[in-house]
Design a protein around this ligand. Structure first.
Ligand SMILES: NC(=O)c1ccc[n+]([C@@H]2O[C@H](COP(=O)([O-])OP(=O)(O)OC[C@H]3O[C@@H](n4cnc5c(N)ncnc54)[C@H](OP(=O)(O)O)[C@@H]3O)[C@@H](O)[C@H]2O)c1
Length: 254
């Protein structure tokens, strides 16, 4: 009897670009993809950190290199990605938050968050998708969104606007590139302990609020999100596109 075989979760022979890979969730995603067999290219502004991470990955037997990239500089980013591609997998992850009540938000806060979380992510996806279409081999685009792309959060009017925008971009792009076998999805974490959340997680009142919302009762760790990137990049997710994978410990369940 021929039993169905689980499609592979391995990524051998695939090349992946990960933005915001010098720390936090991007670093976790890069390590996860490398450990699953992908040749990973880590991008961020801090080349010293990227170089040290690549050395550690290579010492562990994985394939890794890096691109020093400020993704808000769209022209240079397009040029560098053009020179380094094509890629089979993009983790579009670099992001920032400027939390605070709306009445305190400045134009600089608004522009900084939107510029990185939406504008830069859009044009990184544009150049990678163009390469994927030209190469004709399909691909997987994984945008790091947030649970805050699905619900509102305290002090997060601008951040939520940026992550809801990424959710919209993901769905529209999935419609556009499905015929090229390019899948586009988001990973939507809850609060994960990274430098990004250090200030929020240093406030006991906020931690109590967060734990009251997460049904599993704990703050996330980088390891909690790693498997999602491997899954969405792999053949195991070959019919999954235009959707979100929430890693929220049940926050959005109610
Ligand atoms: N941590 C959470 O609780 C959480 C929850 C949901 C969603 N997210 C999302 O997950 C993503 C990563 O968050 P994180 O917690 O890992 O943040 P993080 O620890 O602050 O890391 C952010 C990464 O983005 C890079 N980056 C920032 N500005 C950049 C730029 N202009 N060009 C290129 N790279 C840039 C940083 O590297 P350099 O400084 O070296 O450039 C760093 O590698 C973000 O999109 C965030 O919105 C985070």
């Amino acid at each position: 009897m021929d039993l169905p075989q689980t499609p592979s979760f391995r990524l051998d022979g695939r090349r992946a670009l990960i933005t915001g890979a010098s720390r936090g969730i991007g670093l976790g995603a890069a390590c996860a993809l490398a450990q699953a067999g992908a040749d990973v290219v880590l991008a961020a502004r801090s080349s010293d950190e990227l170089s040290a991470i690549c050395d550690a990955l290579k010492q562990a037997g994985y394939q890794a290199s890096f691109l020093e990239l400020d993704v808000t500089d769209v022209a240079t980013t397009k040029e560098r990605i053009d020179g380094a591609g094509p890629f089979d997998i993009l983790v579009n992850n670099a992001g920032v938050n400027r939390p605070g009540p709306m009445t305190t938000m400045t134009e600089d806060d608004y522009d900084t968050v939107m510029n990185l979380n939406v504008r830069a992510a859009y044009f990184v996806a544009q150049v990678v998708v163009a390469q994927m279409i030209k190469a004709g081999c399909g691909g997987s685009i994984i945008n790091t969104s947030s649970q805050m792309g699905h619900v509102g959060g305290i002090d997060r009017t601008v951040y939520c606007a940026s992550k809801f925008a990424i959710e919209g971009m993901t769905r529209a792009l999935a419609i556009e590139v499905g015929e090229h076998n390019i899948r586009v999805n988001t990973v939507c974490p809850t609060f994960i302990a990274t430098p990004f959340t250090a200030a929020t997680l240093a406030d006991p009142e906020r931690v109590a609020w967060i734990k009251s919302k997460i049904k599993l009762g704990r703050i996330g760790e980088i390891e909690d999100v790693m498997g999602a990137y491997v899954f969405l990049a792999s053949d195991a997710a070959s019919l999954i596109t235009g959707t979100s994978l929430l890693i929220d410990g049940g926050w959005t369940a109610g």
